[in-house]
Design a protein around this ligand. Structure first.
Ligand code: T4K
Length: 387
């Protein structure tokens, strides 16, 4: 029998009636979508660079401050394709604290991922660790703005320039992020955005690649269409990474909703921060100076000794209240069987520590103030010994 009250007199919060997932996709008005679907039906043009995809490319180019931008079937293919289009060889240094798609894209491009340690504040690649991991085989750095927290872009660029390396960013979590007024599309040689349903802005499945390099952009455009050039000939084997008209249409309908969604998430974040930052053993990273936050994830870190419970135990206990938090990104990619050999010589003390404590709270605009407050009540109740 679960007790309704703790010894301190705190009442057990009501579990949610149905699971509160850690994210929900932003959905446009169905009627509006259906209306625009008629355009696609009339045109009878479903993919291969149709009008909707061209329109979305144009809008995103402006919104993300990209010189050149191409849409893709998903973010993983987009990243692999960018790596291939850069004519790299050998090793690519990346972070172990990311989703599997990051190192997977390196392997898909025929290259070898090498893991370097992360910075304890940004949770992103530490430029000094990157430099220490460089070998004569290294040709590029693939950095991730994890959780939308931005990398040390200057430090990474310095290392890339000093060693003649290409620098790519996986900005899957960083749609619309800016550093000191500069869009993150403008850093590095190429920047990938995931437009998956779980992302702030999405096209159900999709990806976008931004670059300032016109030649690279042209190679990427050829490569997403099997390698065909304007003369109809294939100079280098390409992939099929085109975005369909249906996905692009969905994106065009979702795009006007993004700012409102960001505002709602900012509100949820403020509730989480004000209620949880005082709890012993709950660490919430401070916002980064001069950075416009993408509002993609809300990570917290559970320090077991002070909190009285491990991160894993908290995630399980929250599930009993129907709150589904996620252990993003656990385990480290370097701990996946697929990457054991790549990680053999890696020294990753910061990443190994961070990955034991991190979890992401439910974070989407559909959460009301009361929902966010109740999630905090539940976490604090569990912290005080309640189940
Ligand atoms: N680089 C990084 C750093 C990434 O995080 C990702 C993708 C990529 C590259 C590659 O980009 P893409 O190739 O995906 O464009 C999800 C996503 O599938 C993946 O896009 C994302 N990162 C990754 C972090 O998360 P799962 O397996 O954790 O998603 P799933 O199915 O468990 O869904 C998450 C939650 O969202 C659940 O609570 C259910 C809810 N949900 C999900 C979908 C798909 C919905 O409510 N509706 C939906 O339609 O991978």
């Amino acid at each position: 029998m679960v007790s309704e009250f703790l010894a301190s007199g705190v009442r057990r919060p009501q579990p949610f009636g149905s699971p509160v997932l850690y994210t929900r996709p932003l959905l446009p008005d169905l009627e509006s979508l259906q209306g625009h679907l008629e355009d696609v039906w009339r045109a009878q043009y479903l993919t291969n660079g149709g009008q909707k995809a061209q329109e979305l490319e144009k809008r995103l180019r402006a919104l993300l401050g990209a010189q050149h931008l191409s849409l893709h079937a998903n973010g993983t293919l987009a990243l692999a394709l960018a790596l291939r289009a850069m004519n790299l060889s050998g090793e690519v240094i990346t972070t172990p604290f990311t989703f599997a798609a990051t190192p997977n894209s390196i392997v898909l491009a025929g290259l070898t991922p090498v893991f370097a340690d992360i910075d304890p504040d940004s949770f992103n690649l530490d430029p000094a660790a990157v430099e220490a991991a460089i070998t004569p085989e290294t040709s590029a750095i693939l950095a991730v703005h994890v959780f939308g927290r931005v990398c040390d872009v200057e430090g990474l660029q310095r290392v890339a320039d000093k060693h003649g390396l290409k620098l790519l960013y996986d900005a899957a979590h960083a749609f619309g992020a800016e550093i000191d007024g500069r869009p993150i599309s403008s850093f590095g040689d190429a920047v990938m955005y995931s437009l998956h349903a779980t992302k702030l802005f999405h096209t159900a499945e999709g990806g976008a690649l931004a670059t300032w390099d016109a030649d690279l952009h042209a190679r990427i455009e050829r490569s997403r269409n099997f390698g065909f050039g304007p003369d109809g000939l294939v100079e280098a084997a390409g992939m099929n990474s085109k975005m369909s008209e249906l996905n692009a249409l969905l994106g065009l309908e979702v795009l006007p909703l993004v700012e409102e969604e960001r505002r709602k998430r900012t509100n949820v974040a403020a509730i989480y921060r004000s209620r949880l930052s005082q709890a012993p053993g709950v660490f919430i990273p401070e916002p980064q100076d001069g950075v416009v936050d993408s509002r993609q994830y809300f990570p917290i870190f559970i320090r077991e000794a002070e909190f009285g419970l491990s991160r894993d135990a908290l995630v399980d206990a929250m599930a009993e209240f129907n709150v589904i938090a996620r252990r993003y990104f656990y385990p480290l990619c370097s701990e996946f069987p697929a990457y054991a050999a790549n990680a053999a010589g890696s020294h990753l003390p910061v990443a190994r520590h961070v990955v034991q404590e991190v979890m992401c709270l439910p974070y989407f605009g559909g959460l009301s103030d009361d929902d966010a407050q109740r999630i905090c009540d539940i976490i604090l109740f569990i912290h005080q010994g309640g189940r």
